[in-house]
Design a protein around this ligand. Structure first.
Ligand SMILES: [Zn+2]
Length: 237
């Protein structure tokens, strides 16, 4: 995993993006625990990325977190054995994804050029085992990650707020540079959630897709949602 694909956006917060505009993952290194948030589509990428972060920081207790139901955020987490914390609804949905779902969809995405095979491994579902409904605070030692369920993009989606660093890991609540997948989304809920989140003192935004930016990405996403055609077909993200 080279330097184009791994970025320490602020101290102790690393972002991994396997291919431009592909689902992003984030690793937060506290003094006691390392939190792996989302896993991209790619188990082998996720593993190499976390190994690289640990080689630059330290090897210690790990915990995983998942923001929502989409493959390009959860599939790579199968590279790890540690517990996964996620919204309760995300687990309920992942529980319906059987082997047939995996085979049918991944074959279709590969054929359509939407999924690469280099880092994919053999896709399998790892069900989250620590669940929350509205909000949960994770103490990593000196750093806190607040997982906040917001809905909008999909009903189950949560974002992650790291107050000590002013970082919002927005997952697919925010995209940068390309339109996000809207087929399962609720525009008014999404807009209301982003308006609420924007009250936080955010300085860095890690979008679910596209380059890391500042809080202007929140306003750009709001503008895009207010003018979006929710019926137009879009690439899955
Ligand atoms: Zn998504």
């Amino acid at each position: 995993v080279n330097d184009e694909r791994i970025q320490e956006v602020v101290p102790d917060v690393f972002v991994g993006i396997p291919y431009p505009y592909d689902g992003a993952m984030c690793v937060v290194v506290g003094s006691e625990t390392t939190l792996i948030m989302d896993g991209t589509s790619y188990q082998d990428f996720a593993k190499e990325f976390v190994d690289e972060v640990e080689s630059r920081t330290r090897v210690q207790r790990r915990l995983c977190a998942l923001t929502h139901r989409h493959f390009d955020h959860w599939a790579g987490l199968a590279a790890f054995d540690e517990s996964i914390i996620a919204p309760r609804e995300t687990r309920e949905i992942l529980d319906t994804y059987d082997q047939e779902w995996l085979t049918t969809n991944t074959t279709q995405w590969i054929d359509a050029g939407m999924l690469e095979t280099e880092w994919l491994g053999t896709p399998r579902v790892r069900l989250p085992d620590i669940l929350f409904d509205n909000q949960v605070s994770i103490d990593l030692g000196g750093l806190t990650v607040e997982l906040i369920h917001i809905g909008g993009h999909v009903t189950d989606i949560a974002v992650a707020w790291i107050p000590e660093r002013g970082v919002l890991f927005a997952a697919d609540a925010i995209g940068n540079g390309r339109d996000l997948y809207l087929d399962e989304s609720d525009g008014p809920s999404w807009i209301a959630a982003l308006e609420r989140i924007s009250a936080l003192p955010i300085t860095t935004v890690v979008p679910g897709h596209g380059p890391v930016g500042d809080r202007s990405l929140i306003d750009a996403q709001l503008e895009s949602l207010r003018t979006a055609d929710h019926d137009a077909p879009r690439r899955s993200a």
